[in-house]
Design a protein around this ligand. Structure first.
Ligand code: SF4
Ligand code: SF4
Length: 232
């Protein structure tokens, strides 16, 4: 870990999150960013994320039983792994300081273990990257609600149709909403305010913290300035 009073000595150094020799104890950003992986928090996030996706798939199974078509389940089952294994890694994670850590897989608090298929990009995500990420993110996070509402309306209009699937869908939807509320609490209410991937559209880290982090990581700062970031 770098001694924050001195900072990294040259622009070829890894960023302080990826550098195992960084001296976090003396860093004034310690505690203000999620820059060290807390195993307990990472595990909670993993369990929440897996549960959310399983419930989403279950929604499409039950609404498929009611509506009698399966394109929603099939498209979700294809786009979900594509997003977490390829798209998000390229558009969002490859710009994140955690991505520069050694190894072939991500070692961060969120998508731990995902393969690093792309090279690290120290600069911020572009507008196009953010927009495409937003489209995929909205699909995998919000589309299950479309399946749920559609299925419930169908059940309400044809109640004798398939009682098991209708009640199952309602129960799964309630569980899904509970997990969604839990996620918004840990992400929007906490993690997004401290996440080190500053160019993510959801990131809420205050500007002065971003500035301090970039100051102690010159390679990143240079890439951000080249991309149009202003050191005000
Ligand atoms: S910003 Fe975080 S990882 Fe970097 S030196 Fe400070 S405490 Fe350590
Ligand atoms: S912290 Fe988030 S943006 Fe950074 S590498 Fe992990 S999943 Fe990707």
């Amino acid at each position: 870990m770098p001694d924050s009073s001195e900072g990294p000595k040259n622009s070829e150094l890894k960023n302080c999150i990826a550098d195992e020799k960084s001296n976090c104890i003396v860093c004034e950003l310690n505690g203000k960013l999620i820059c060290v992986v807390n195993r307990q928090f990472a595990n909670r996030f993993l369990v929440g994320n897996v549960t959310y996706r399983i419930l989403a798939l279950a929604i499409f199974v039950f609404s498929g039983l009611l509506i009698k078509h399966w394109w929603m389940l099939i498209s979700y089952a294809i786009i979900l792994p594509l997003t977490f294994l390829v798209i998000e890694l390229r558009l969002l994670c490859s710009h994140c300081p955690f991505y520069e850590k050694e190894g072939k897989c991500l070692k961060c608090w969120a998508l731990r273990g995902m393969p690093k298929l792309w090279k690290y990009r120290p600069g911020p995500a572009t507008k196009t990257e953010k927009t495409v990420m937003l489209i995929f993110g909205t699909f995998i996070d919000v589309f299950p609600l479309v399946g749920s509402i559609w299925g419930i309306i169908h059940f309400a209009l044809n109640a004798t149709n398939n009682l098991f699937a209708g009640i199952g869908l309602i129960v799964i939807t309630i569980l899904f909403l509970i997990v969604a509320a839990y996620f918004s609490k840990i992400l929007l209410g906490n993690a997004c305010k401290k996440c080190a991937n500053f160019s993510c559209s959801m990131n809420k880290v205050p500007k002065e913290i971003v500035k301090k982090f970039l100051e102690q990581n010159p390679k990143m700062k240079k890439a951000w300035i080249n991309a149009g970031w202003k050191d005000e």
